[in-house]
Design a protein around this ligand. Structure first.
Ligand code: HEC
Length: 92
């Protein structure tokens, strides 16, 4: 019985980690640094002023960069599709 429960537990855990993170959830994280409306703060300039294409280009550049900057670290785990979905949420 214990073994059986363990297997169920293992499977539900496996499913929960293999699920993709929804872009909307990722986008919520961006707001923690960039501000609720993306207007930034003293240290981070507004990204609301960028147009959608420039945004995507900058995000793709961060993905290519291998430095240890905050944005490269964050963007590295995102797919190009994630970036496009996030762009839609912010700019459309
Ligand atoms: C831990 C804080 C933090 C989080 C979270 C964060 N950013 Fe940033 N972001 C920064 C900082 C700091 C800069 C400016 C420094 C730099 O260019 O590396 C920046 C710069 C940017 C720029 C470039 C702005 C410009 O005009 O050059 C874009 C675009 C951007 N972030 C988008 C995002 C998106 C989209 C997310 C969510 C996936 C996100 N950021 C999450 C801190 C953060």
């Amino acid at each position: 019985m214990i073994n059986f429960l363990f297997i169920i537990l293992l499977f539900s855990f496996k499913n929960s980690i293999s699920n993709e993170v929804e872009p909307i959830v990722i986008e919520q994280n961006c707001k923690s640094c960039h501000g609720k409306d993306y207007s930034g703060n003293t240290y981070i300039k507004s990204i609301k002023d960028l147009d959608k294409e420039t945004f995507i280009k900058k995000m793709e550049d961060y993905k290519k960069n291998n430095d240890n900057s905050i944005m490269s670290r964050i963007v590295k785990v995102l797919s190009v599709n994630d970036i496009k979905e996030i762009a839609k949420i912010i700019y459309d």
